[in-house]
Design a binder for this molecule. Structure first.
Ligand code: SAM
Ligand code: FES
Length: 360
């Protein structure tokens, strides 16, 4: 493909209400450096126009690694009996939220495995306490729950919710999540949107059995969902999972997906994920920021627990003191001519945008 052909196809993808699968697949197949340069430059231009140069920070608290699910790629899945399981107390979560506030970060992300025994009222109280004591934005990422739970947490003040589709290909989803339901996941996303959450989804790149076509389907799913936030992570194999011997994701493919996600979503918040920072032992988050990403997620989980939230091995920033994160991330942003913004960083999709829609 020539550079001018890449540009023409990208223009078509950018302008379309729903990009053609063939166009997205064609872009996902490019490999020549000059053609990748056109894609990455296009995405960076869209990022600059729609979200600006600011890099937003979200402080994450991984408050429990207990999980009932079977996700075949994930080190927390219930079959991993070697993992030490933990759940933070309300007091530990509040003390950690205080550290996040002190660091100047205005969003707390409460993330956990999917616990059967997670008491909805307990989490509601934690949300109320954080809102009352610290007045910060609260993002939840605790998986599939009943609509009543989502509603109760929203009433308590939760602002945002992250629930990745992981793959939008229903057959592949079923293969990788034995006993789980793709339809239920879509239903949960619909509930979250209807309840007024700023809603995030996303995928994993490099999953066993994933094709260029299914990745192109993910790009279309992101377009259709009009999500407020979208996270693109590379697959990293975990030794205690069924996918232990599978290769890790290709970095370039992950960057291509990040770039296309920016181009179709325009003003969604897109993190340079910790997984991109951990892939192959190198911190490639600056490269993700340079091809469309605009968010970083420093990890504030208290040190004794952090190593047990082992979704994949060799996760970045497991031993660092989180109080050093803002300085470190400011430097990272500066290396590519960007700056950290300590605002709340709410969704940019709230005014004058088409509502979310899902086909399933
Ligand atoms: N339980 C919640 C849920 O499922 O939405 C949140 C926790 S889950 C550990 C957070 C994310 O980790 C998942 O959405 C998935 O994309 C990612 N993840 C899990 N295993 C991974 C792996 N081996 N490589 C890359 N990302 C992974
Ligand atoms: Fe439950 Fe990954 S399988 S958090």
């Amino acid at each position: 493909m020539t550079q001018s052909r890449v540009h023409t196809v990208l223009q078509r993808i950018y302008a379309a209400d729903m990009p053609e699968l063939a166009d997205v697949e064609e872009i996902l197949r490019i490999e020549a450096q000059d053609e990748l340069g056109v894609l990455f430059g296009f995405a960076d231009d869209v990022r600059r126009e729609y979200v600006g140069d600011a890099v937003l920070l979200r402080g994450i608290i991984e408050f429990s690694n207990v999980c009932r699910n079977t996700c075949m790629y994930c080190g927390l899945n219930r079959h991993n009996v070697r993992l030490t399981r933990y759940r933070l107390t309300r007091e530990e979560i509040l003390a950690t939220a205080a550290n996040i506030k002190q660091a100047g970060v205005k969003t707390v992300v409460l993330q956990s495995g999917e616990e059967d025994n997670l008491d909805s009222r307990w989490l509601r109280q934690v949300i109320e306490d954080i809102k009352k004591e610290f007045d910060m934005a609260v993002t939840l990422s605790v998986g599939e729950r009943r609509r009543e739970d989502y509603e109760s947490w929203r009433q308590a003040g939760a602002d945002r919710y992250l629930l990745k589709i992981e793959t939008s290909d229903p057959d592949l989803y079923r293969e990788l999540h034995p006993g789980m339901s793709f339809e239920n996941r879509i239903g949960c996303l619909r509930d979250l949107v209807e309840l007024g959450y700023q809603t995030g989804s996303g995928n994993i790149v490099g999953l066993k059995g994933q094709t260029t076509r299914s990745l192109a389907g993910d790009v279309r799913f992101f377009k259709q969902g009009n999500f407020d936030m979208i996270s693109v992570s590379p697959f990293i194999p975990h030794p205690q999972t069924a996918l232990a011997d599978e290769p890790a994701a290709d970095l370039t493919m992950t960057l291509k997906m990040t770039a296309l996600t920016r181009i179709v979503s325009r003003n969604a918040h897109i993190p340079a994920t910790t997984a991109i920072g951990s892939l192959h032992g190198r911190d490639e988050r600056p490269r993700a920021l340079a091809v469309g990403a605009n968010v970083l997620m420093p990890n504030f989980t208290p040190a004794p627990y952090r190593r047990y939230y082992e979704i994949y091995p060799n996760k970045r920033c497991v031993s660092e003191d989180p109080r050093a994160c803002p300085d470190c991330l400011e430097q990272m942003a500066a290396t590519i001519g960007r700056r950290v913004d300590y605002g709340r960083g709410d969704s940019l999709k709230r005014v004058g945008c088409a509502p979310h829609t899902f086909s399933n």
